[in-house]
Design a protein. Structure first.
Length: 136
């Protein structure tokens, strides 16, 4: 099984950045609040700017999916499961992401994570997260 992701008018800048291994989130130009990439507006403004972030995060929660992985790049080492979770970026917003490089048994809430860009199927690179070196 495989899937692909394609950009549109709203996501072009985000995927241009992921192709260059840069993670973008949204920032309100009026109040400076930061939001996850899918956010479209702030209560202070009708539009948000893209803002590059460090790619460092803390693991909040995760789940192991025992169904056939959507794509091999999202599969655990043995290829039988995938891990998805919530991370809190060092800049504050939370993101729902694939967690790669683990089968989930070595994860712990509060664990440091770092972004890794993967390209499932045909299409765009996406941000996934993996345990930071020395954190397991």
């Amino acid at each position: 099984m495989s899937f692909s992701i394609s950009r549109d008018d709203h996501t072009g800048e985000f995927y241009e950045a992921t192709a260059n291994h840069t993670l973008l989130i949204r920032r309100c130009p009026l109040c400076g609040s930061l939001y996850p990439p899918q956010q479209r507006r702030c209560h202070d403004s009708d539009s948000l700017d893209w803002h590059a972030v460090s790619g460092e995060a803390t693991l909040v929660s995760w789940a192991v999916d025992h169904a056939e992985p959507l794509d091999p790049v999202l599969a655990a080492g043995d290829g039988s499961t995938s891990v998805f979770g919530l991370v809190e970026l060092s800049e504050g917003p939370w993101m729902q992401v694939a967690i790669v490089g683990t089968d989930g048994h070595d994860l712990a809430a509060g664990q440091p994570m770092v972004v890794e860009f993967v390209t499932p199927g045909q299409g765009e690179a996406i941000p996934a997260f993996t345990p930071a070196k020395g954190s397991s």
